[in-house]
Design a protein around this ligand. Structure first.
Ligand SMILES: [Zn+2]
Length: 267
């Protein structure tokens, strides 16, 4: 499932492809994923594309927005005027024709995601439920400590993945962050020392930034608009049988998610 770095990558590419253009036509192929109201995008001009947590927001000049949740297999394809998009129509759920003649499709293999048209109030309500952005300036170490202090009895890994706590971190980056901070995913928050919390804070940010630079991790089905991500080559524990120090990985189920960790490197 695309997490913060993967969605950020797609957002940067969509911004480049869409801002300043009007939507001339919309074709909805799957009403389960794409709400009928998305037809209202016709005639609207894109002024911004941004990310909040794992969601993509395509913002129009009149204040309305498309809110897109990719979930497991949602992705986009984009073709400039003279290029054909036909090979990408297989899992297409919606197609947008832009004012410069270019085409954008939204595709979904397993059809779990959603594309909705919201007004500003609806968007604020929807996004207001989300927690801190881990790369925002306001997310200081002090803030992290303060947030953790409200959840002392909770498990650290499931808390990192809780979107109302931190927004955008899923199974991959929670596991990687904990490995590099040398913290076992089984730990309770009140058992963490100040030094461990600081390590976790720094490692999470370092990994997320590097992953954005590498255009995300391509594991499972993730593709950005221009191809695959490159962070998978940096993954230390996700999907691995051994940690980077060659110790065998342990698997545990935490909050319903398969979690890999190294008993020797992570305490
Ligand atoms: Zn190890």
């Amino acid at each position: 499932m695309p997490e913060l770095p993967e969605v950020e990558t797609i957002v940067n590419q969509l911004k480049h492809a869409l801002v300043g253009k009007k939507i001339l036509a919309v074709k909805i192929k799957d009403k389960k994923v794409v709400s009928k109201k998305v037809m209202e995008a016709i005639g609207k001009e894109v002024v911004n594309v941004w990310r909040r947590a794992k969601s993509i927001i395509i913002e129009f000049k009149d204040g309305a927005s498309l809110l897109i949740n990719l979930r497991m297999t949602g992705h986009f394809h984009y073709a400039k005027k003279s290029l054909k998009l036909a090979p990408y129509e297989k899992y297409m759920v919606a197609k947008f024709t832009l004012s410069d003649g270019s085409l954008l499709t939204h595709n979904s293999i397993r059809r779990f995601g959603s594309v909705r048209m919201l007004n500003r109030g609806q968007l604020d309500t929807e996004l207001g439920k989300l927690g801190q952005e881990p790369l925002a300036k306001e997310f200081t170490l002090q803030k992290f400590i303060e947030l953790l202090s409200k959840k002392t009895k909770a498990n650290i890994k499931t808390t990192l993945m809780d979107q109302k706590f931190l927004a955008g971190i899923g199974n991959i980056y929670a596991m990687e962050g904990l490995y590099h901070a040398r913290i076992s995913p089984k730990r309770k928050i009140d058992s963490l020392s100040q030094l461990e919390v600081k390590r976790l804070y720094l490692q999470l940010q370092r990994i997320l930034r590097l992953a954005i630079q590498e255009r995300g991790s391509t594991v499972d089905n993730y593709v950005h608009i221009e191809g695959s991500g490159g962070f998978q080559k940096y993954l230390a524990v996700y999907g691995k049988e051994n940690c980077p120090k060659k110790h065998p990985m342990k698997k545990v189920n935490l909050g319903g998610r398969g979690t890999y960790y190294c008993e020797k490197c992570q305490r």
